[in-house]
Design a protein around this ligand. Structure first.
Ligand SMILES: Cc1cc2nc3c(=O)[nH]c(=O)nc-3n(C[C@H](O)[C@H](O)[C@H](O)COP(=O)(O)O)c2cc1C
Length: 367
């Protein structure tokens, strides 16, 4: 399957540059954003989750009802919904949309954030619970007979669901960079989500995930998803000027207390963010155009590595990751709607052309 593109959907115009604290969901914005992604040929859009954010299932249903092709990736923390209920909610959305649903698991990187919604397990336990949760989803989707479940975190008796996904199963994704994430994602998941790191570190992470898949006796392996925040302009010079304007704004917002991570925020507890901050110490630019000051300016809150340059530079950078083994490329900018339009117009076509050229070259070499 050729590489595919992921975006991220937010329910209103609030973004990292111009945050609108507690802004309500904006139905028109959501519809326009989702239709724009669909029209420009994005394959998926992630609906992220945090303890203070909107309900991803409702946002997902809205996106699906306004679009034709794009699939939604619902971010799900196991502590927020009982697994049999989540399995049916996802399958309901999947049926109503003709099979356009993916679920993305978040074990939870921060104890404090988890505690906000009553989750007091430690991280190892959260990953162990996630493993049970994934097994329950698949049992729910595939069992025609009622079944019992006797796990450490979940026990139930004689459950049967009449709501089956369109294609039998719904793809399951997982994001994280700790040993437990590699183990569970590698052994059980269809997709493994990573944040953009330099090529060498990305290769190491992919090798770890594939090794876990092989150890679990899988004949296939998870598709790899890599995430970037491209800063694009007509030329490289203009893009670098734009990148510095964005960085100034991120720093200004953080000083004003408008950033997701306050100035006093401790070092993040999730390994993915720790890795980004450690790599940031090595220098601002890695490889072709991977830029790290946006990581440090935000205390690595989520996907924060930028790719800076002209459409050609950004497309070539993305193709480097596709050549490395990335199957899914997530791109989301700092001005969400307008960046999605720029990516759709100028970056997706160049990357897809590069993929076609590679396929052609492979066919010719094999002939
Ligand atoms: C592609 C991707 C998307 C993610 N989306 C979310 C999200 O929506 N909400 C969230 O709290 N964490 C999200 N995360 C963060 C991790 O899932 C989280 O920190 C993880 O549970 C623990 O990370 P660790 O194994 O690296 O320590 C995402 C991670 C990746 C790689």
């Amino acid at each position: 399957m050729p590489a595919e593109f992921i975006s991220v959907t937010f329910p209103n115009a609030s973004n990292d540059l111009h945050p609108l604290p507690d802004a309500p969901a904006d139905a028109e914005y959501l519809k326009r954003y989702a239709q724009t992604l669909d029209d420009y040929g994005f394959n998926y859009t992630l609906i992220p989750y945090s303890s203070s954010s909107f309900d991803p299932f409702t946002l997902g249903a809205t996106i699906l009802s306004h679009t034709k092709n794009i699939k939604i990736i619902v971010a799900l923390r196991p502590n927020t919904v009982y697994p049999t209920v989540a399995a049916k909610s996802l399958a309901t959305l999947d049926q109503l949309s003709g099979g356009r649903v993916v679920v993305h698991f978040i074990a939870g990187g921060s104890d404090d954030e988890q505690a906000r919604e009553g989750d007091f397990l430690d991280k190892e336990q959260r990953y162990a619970r996630q493993e049970e949760y994934i097994r329950i989803l698949r049992l729910t989707w595939t069992s025609t007979e009622a079944f019992d479940f006797e796990g450490t975190y979940y026990q139930f008796k004689q459950f049967r669901s009449a709501v089956r996904p369109v294609n039998g199963l719904i793809p399951i994704s997982l994001g994280g960079s700790s040993d437990a994430a590699y183990r569970i994602g590698g052994s059980l998941c269809d997709i493994f989500g990573l944040w953009g790191e330099p090529l060498a570190e990305t290769r190491q992470q992919i090798d770890r995930i594939y090794a876990e898949a092989a150890k679990a006796g899988r004949s296939d392996r998870p598709r790899i998803w890599v995430t970037f925040r491209p800063i694009v302009a007509e030329t490289d010079d203009l893009a670098w000027a734009k990148a510095h304007r964005i960085l100034d704004k991120l720093n200004e917002n953080r000083e004003k207390g408008l950033s997701r991570a306050p100035l006093s925020a401790p070092r993040p507890a999730n390994v993915g963010s720790q890795r980004l901050l450690d790599i940031a110490k090595r220098g601002d630019v890695q490889d072709r155009a991977l830029w790290y000051p946006t990581v440090t300016a935000t205390n690595a809150s989520g996907a924060t590595t930028a790719l800076v340059g002209s459409p050609r530079t950004i497309a070539d950078s993305i193709l480097d990751y596709i050549d490395l083994g990335a199957d899914l490329i997530s791109i989301r900018g700092y001005d969400n709607y307008h960046d999605a339009v720029d990516y759709g117009r100028y970056i997706l076509p160049l990357v897809r052309e590069g993929i076609r050229e590679r396929e052609e070259a492979r066919k010719q070499a094999a002939a």
